[in-house]
Design a binder for this molecule. Sequence first.
Ligand SMILES: [Zn+2]
Length: 290
Amino acid sequence: MQWFRQLFKRDKPEIPEALWQQCQDRLPFLAQLPAPDLARLKTLCETFLDRKTFTGAAGVELTDRIAVLIAAQACLPVLNLTLDLYADMAGIIIYPGSFVIAQSEMDEAGVVHEWREPVSGEAVHAGGAVILSCEDIEDIEAPGYNVVIHEFAHKIDMRDGTANGCPPFLVAYHKDIRAEHWQREFSAAYRDFVARVDALDAQLPEDFDADHPADAAMYDELFAELPLDPYAARHPAEFFAVASEAFFVGPAPLAEDYPEIYRLLTLYYLQDPLHWQNAPCGKETGGKHL
Ligand SMILES: [Zn+2]
């Protein structure tokens, strides 16, 4: 963490080239970015690292590498927008592994169910911190799966209040998006995706046990036909966050199954990952992130 600490003492913080290269090696989807965009991303990361507070929790010792890895993934979605979308973020907290948080949900009968479950990332609430785990910052091998981008997509979504799958449309950047069109298209795609997940769920045996390796393999095979992690069916806000992470790290299945959602995301992020110089591809895989 020595270099990162020094950042605050410098007039012009700069990520050392060797460290930036390490970060690119670890995040293969960055290799698809055109060179000028990659250079702008580095500059944006330096500003982000200068502005935001990183805190290690439960014994995590922050390293420069972890800080730069997070910054690169947090800054990618706003590369052609503005860091102001993260202006209300209190900071970034990093745990060693998945952490347990209290959850609650009201069912159709109005009964509130409360439980605790392990999660790997959480964008707490508008104005709050983003919580990540070292495990998920490091474990980015699964194509289409990226907890850091997912959580920062939630932060963008929350910038105008609660996370609802409809991020703020900025006058300076989003003149080509009509809010009604966005809401109509995202609602329709979400409903379709939920129906697809429900249909697959119905094919699982009654005694299905996700912790059993054979059952887990069956689940993966069955749900592999989906263009997104089935977690996207949980809530419209999750659909937006999961679609955003897939958009950047494995956009082909999303663009194929939900082309209008892909197009709207190109208009929102002002990027077109499918047509970066070596377009990445891949599918969402399992993982839990709020
Ligand atoms: Zn989420």
